[in-house]
Design a protein around this ligand. Sequence first.
Ligand code: NDP
Length: 443
Amino acid sequence: MSYTMRILRETIEKNPNEPEFHQSLTEILPTLQPFLDDHPQYEEAGILERLVEPDRQIMFKVPWSDESGKVRVNRGYRVQFNNAIGPYKGGLRFHPSVSLSVIKFLGFEQIFKNSLTGMPIGGGKGGSDFDPKGKSVREIMSFCQSFMSELYRHIGADQDIPAGDIGVGGREIGFMYGQYKRLTGQYDGTLTGKGLAYGGSLVRIQATGYGLVYMVENMLASKGITLDRKTVAISGSGNVAIYAAEKASQFGAKIVTMSDSNGYIYDANGIDIDVIKEIKEVKRGRVYEYLNYHKSAKYFEEGLVWSVPCDIALPCATQNELREDGAKLLINNGCIAVAEGSNMSTSPEATELLQKGGVLFAPGKAANAGGVAVSALEMAQNSSRVFWSAEETDCKLRTIMHEIYVNSSETAERYGMKDNLVAGANIAGFKKVAEAMLQQGAV
Ligand code: NDP
């Protein structure tokens, strides 16, 4: 049995009941085998055994009080996975589906993603099963303060730097930063995604969505195609989805669908992004409210967003949102490219179908790395007390996405897997981390 298959089997056996983590291991480990065959020193040093075991997993109680004064309790997590190339870095997710398995899969992916950015950041992730939907601002603040009252002792600007993810945007980062500052007395760059008034970076809000579209730009360019006049289907209507839609439309594409967990909208004239921003960012409403602004649009509670014919599909909601049925619809409708805005958007079966069907495919760890890349730029600005313009930051982001594309595609080609960005991104991300671990000895 190969080294990667042995480690995969042993890790799954050692961590039962963690399906998302198993899926991520199964997607990543086997693709590393050709590289490991060429570099036996990594197996000799037990690099994979050490990589699949988080440095530490912190689980804690988060008590908070609701509007009626009743005390409620949620569970908080921070998994510090690997800091071989820099301090732990990764978002916090607040969603009822959060479990140790979800946080471990996200943290494991983050190691490779952060390495791909070329920035000195290790992998971590955290969050809670708290559901922010329907909560008052006071309840959200109470929760965030309580969450930070435990988390603060495990993080720091040179130790572990959390950011946002599903259910955690600028408002929540602000509440958590305020509490961190109060408890530690430190004014440093320990969280990213901060407001512009207190150390945030321009373009951080846009970074993941813009970066995703820059990745698509590179994928299409390799085939001599541009985004101009392409039809784009997007799932989700949160931070990543909104700014992917904005950048794609700036490149001349037409966005025809967006969604949330209740349903999806279809606008044949192209989605009005200002209206989506108003509904989601200002009113914190539901996507069906779009029909109040554009009567000719349609709303569907049933069915898949992927049933809408498109040239490019950008899943931007959550893991496993694009499965075999969705992949078949996309292929049959002539889709040419799929890039994951969400982490592990696509099930393994769907990924295989898309790749075999000749659809250009970019995995999340490459395609959505723009967010963490600009977070690292925020850290650089905080520690050097400078503030870059939007143009400068956006230009750096576009360059980073180009480099991630080139690094992933050239690595894939070197190992005889041309156009396989999944394998290319995994090997390219692994390489630097493995080398750093080797040089740092048995830690
Ligand atoms: P938001 O909370 O801003 O938006 C999430 C969107 O996805 C909402 O429209 C939400 O709908 C929908 N959604 C979430 N969970 C589900 C679900 N289980 N079923 C159906 N729809 C769902 O999150 P982000 O935009 O920040 O994150 C989206 C994805 O992008 C995540 O996978 C995240 O890990 C990934 N990502 C985010 C980065 C960032 O910088 N924010 C960086 C890199 C990756 P509803 O409101 O109904 O819940």
